[in-house]
Write a protein that binds this ligand. Structure first.
Ligand SMILES: C[S@@+](CC[C@H](N)C(=O)[O-])C[C@H]1O[C@@H](n2cnc3c(N)ncnc32)[C@H](O)[C@@H]1O
Length: 205
């Protein structure tokens, strides 16, 4: 909560909260708590309007949908307005015959600790999901707590530029060895350049 308040004081908008569900959390027993199976991921934005490419993270509908959509009730066939008057509503029949659905804000991924040389490295799937959701090829991704550089390595694989900030020099050295300093591309993605008015060259005498 303190982090959220501090970020808001700096002018950030607290947009969303995701949960990373750790599918393979460690077995164990503690006297005062249960096993850690999730982590919070907070999204902050500078502006209310931001880029979000939801189609990039769509998931297959799955068998539950086939069963759920087989016998639609009367309410399922019309737009069911929110009971609290939020303006939101749903029409379940819109989803019949669709192959893919939008995901929830719970990201289900297993932890990975192999060969990372960092005790708190996260799985590559985690930055990959958010990079897909919020960026396009050629955009820049910043990880202010770089660690073993998972975000930067994934960003490079996905043809994004990246910046990493890390307190400990040993992690900086480790990441530097793994990241290609520049990745050359044969054809750059199509970009709109600013046009200037064509002027005839005048001879200088
Ligand atoms: C949870 S780890 C990040 C692990 C990373 N996501 C990975 O997959 O390897 C957090 C990292 O942030 C670094 N760190 C902590 N405070 C920092 C600060 N103020 N500035 C830069 N790096 C910091 C720590 O040294 C640690 O390596």
């Amino acid at each position: 909560m303190e982090l959220i308040i501090a970020m808001r004081r700096q002018g950030w908008l607290w947009t969303e909260e995701f949960i990373w569900h750790k599918k393979n959390c460690y077995p164990g027993k503690w006297p005062n708590r249960f096993r850690d199976a999730w982590e919070r991921l907070l999204q902050f934005n500078k502006d209310k309007k931001f880029n979000m490419y939801q189609e990039e993270v769509m998931i297959p509908m799955g068998d539950w949908a086939k069963n759920r959509l087989k016998n639609l009730s009367d309410t399922d066939r019309i737009r069911d307005e929110s009971k609290v008057g939020s303006g939101f509503g749903k029409n379940i029949s819109n989803w019949v015959d669709r192959e893919k659905a939008y995901p929830t804000n719970v990201v289900h991924l297993a932890t990975e600790c192999n060969n990372k040389n960092h005790s708190a490295a996260f799985p590559e799937g985690l930055p990959e999901w958010f990079i897909k959701l919020f960026t396009k090829t050629g955009d820049t991704v910043l990880d202010p707590f770089m660690g073993s550089g998972t975000t930067n390595l994934v960003a490079q694989r996905m043809d994004r530029n990246s910046i990493g900030i890390e307190l400990l020099p040993e992690y900086y050295d480790l990441v530097k060895k793994q990241i290609e300093p520049t990745k050359l591309v044969l054809l750059e993605p199509s970009t709109e350049y600013e046009s200037t008015e064509h002027t005839r060259h005048q001879a200088v005498r």
